[in-house]
Structures are given as structure tokens and as C-alpha cells.
Design a protein around this ligand. Structure first.
Ligand SMILES: C[S@@+](CC[C@H](N)C(=O)[O-])C[C@H]1O[C@@H](n2cnc3c(N)ncnc32)[C@H](O)[C@@H]1O
Length: 209
């Protein structure tokens, strides 16, 4: 096979095998996996570009097959400053191989402060931003709230959490945002994902002046 054909064939094959791995995880745990296919590179780019240009340490929650991880590394985050968290053991093992320069951990987003504190480079338990690839819409509200509490416990005053959703509005309901003292803003929308997705930025509500 011609070398350029070979590389596009290999790209197709690795994409197809990622889709297959992801689909198998969805069959096993549809609510946790929350999607039938991985995110598109276009959505990954939108998530990366939603981060501040000078962002330092970043956590990605629920990295799945690494589709968004790849774009975070391409556009915004240095590999040694990325902490990748995934609950599913099989996906975690693949991520460990795919991103050897980053810290890749198997665990629950609700334990984020403890997980950060247990890993070199993140022991102070603080990061500049959290990127969430979690399917909030298919999770019980209490679980979403616990994940947000854990995430903001690791963020400084101006820190942001970037979240995508396939729904028509912010996946965190307004009363929950109010309870947690957060505000949400839609920062991007892309048709180039299956299904189309919006990107939201969540941050702490500024103190009333
Ligand atoms: C919508 S998928 C992410 C898709 C990913 N962007 C991709 O393209 O492959 C959500 C991922 O979050 C993981 N997950 C679900 N609940 C989690 C939790 N509490 N902590 C960490 N990861 C979790 C799932 O195993 C799944 O891989």
C-alpha cells in the first residue's frame, strides 16, 4: 500500500477500533458512558479553545477514548500538566498507553481532591481548570452536584470548568448552579459532532459589589 494510503488506512482503523471499544463500554454501562460514539475532534477543539490561553494545570474528567484529551494537548495543555481521570478500567488502560507523558488515573470524579493529592505534580490538590467530558444529563442530580463540588474544591477563585452537552440548555439546572454559587455561559456550539453539542463555561458567581 502507498505510504499516504497506509497512514490514512491506519488512521481509519484506529478511529474504527476506538469507536468499537467505546460502543462496547456503552453496551456494558450506558448511563455511565452516556454516549454511543466518541466525541469529534471539532468538539475537542472547542473544549480546548474554551480554556484560558495561558492555562496551566488541567484535569479532564471522564476522558473515555481520549478524543478530547488529544485536542487539549494539541491546542492548550502541556502533557505533564494534564491530569486525566476515567472511571472505566478498560478505557483507563488504553488512555495510559495513549498519553504516557500525562498523569492518567482510574477513579471517580467525586474523589478528585484526594486523587490529585495522591499524584506527583498535583499534590497541592489545585488546578487551573477542569474539562468535563462526563454525561451530566444521564446522571442522577445528586451525583452531578457532588462532582461539581469536588471539582470546584480544586479550582482557584477564577478557575473554570468546561462542560459539553447534547441538550438544548446548560446540563446543570439553575437551582443547582445557585446552590453551588456558580454561573454558566454557553461559549460554543458545533454541528460537527454526533449529536451536535454546546460547550459551557462554569465559574464562581462574583461576590456582589
Ligand atoms: C461521554 S463519555 C466521554 C467521551 C469522550 N469525550 C470520548 O470521546 O471518548 C463519558 C466518560 O466518563 C466516564 N465516567 C462516567 N462517570 C465517571 C465518574 N464518576 N468519574 C470519572 N469518569 C466517569 C465514562 O466511563 C465515560 O468514559
Amino acid at each position: 500500500m502507498h505510504s499516504s494510503q497506509e497512514s490514512s488506512f491506519n488512521r481509519w482503523r484506529s478511529g474504527a477500533s476506538r469507536n468499537w471499544v467505546f460502543f462496547r463500554q456503552w453496551l456494558r454501562a450506558p448511563l455511565t458512558t452516556a454516549s454511543v460514539v466518541p466525541s469529534s475532534p471539532r468538539l475537542g477543539r472547542a473544549m480546548a479553545m474554551a480554556l484560558p490561553a495561558d492555562v496551566g494545570r488541567v484535569v479532564e474528567l471522564g476522558a473515555g477514548t481520549g478524543a478530547i484529551t488529544r485536542e487539549l494537548l494539541r491546542y492548550r495543555v502541556r502533557p505533564e500538566q494534564l491530569f486525566v481521570l476515567e472511571l472505566n478500567e478498560e478505557l483507563h488502560d488504553d488512555l495510559t498507553q495513549a498519553f504516557p507523558l500525562s498523569t492518567v488515573v482510574c477513579g471517580d470524579a467525586r474523589q478528585l481532591p484526594q486523587l490529585l493529592a495522591a499524584h506527583a505534580g498535583f499534590r497541592d490538590g489545585s488546578v487551573d481548570a477542569v474539562v468535563s467530558s462526563l454525561g451530566f444529563l444521564s446522571m442522577p442530580p445528586r451525583l452531578v452536584e457532588e462532582i461539581l463540588e469536588a471539582s470546584f474544591a480544586c479550582l482557584p477563585e477564577q478557575g473554570v470548568l468546561i462542560q459539553f452537552t447534547y441538550g438544548p440548555k446548560c446540563p446543570v439546572p439553575a437551582p443547582m448552579l445557585r446552590r453551588l454559587g456558580l454561573i454558566a455561559r454557553r461559549v460554543d456550539f458545533t454541528l460537527m459532532n454526533l449529536p451536535p453539542a454546546s460547550v459551557y463555561e462554569l465559574r464562581r458567581r462574583p461576590a456582589a459589589s
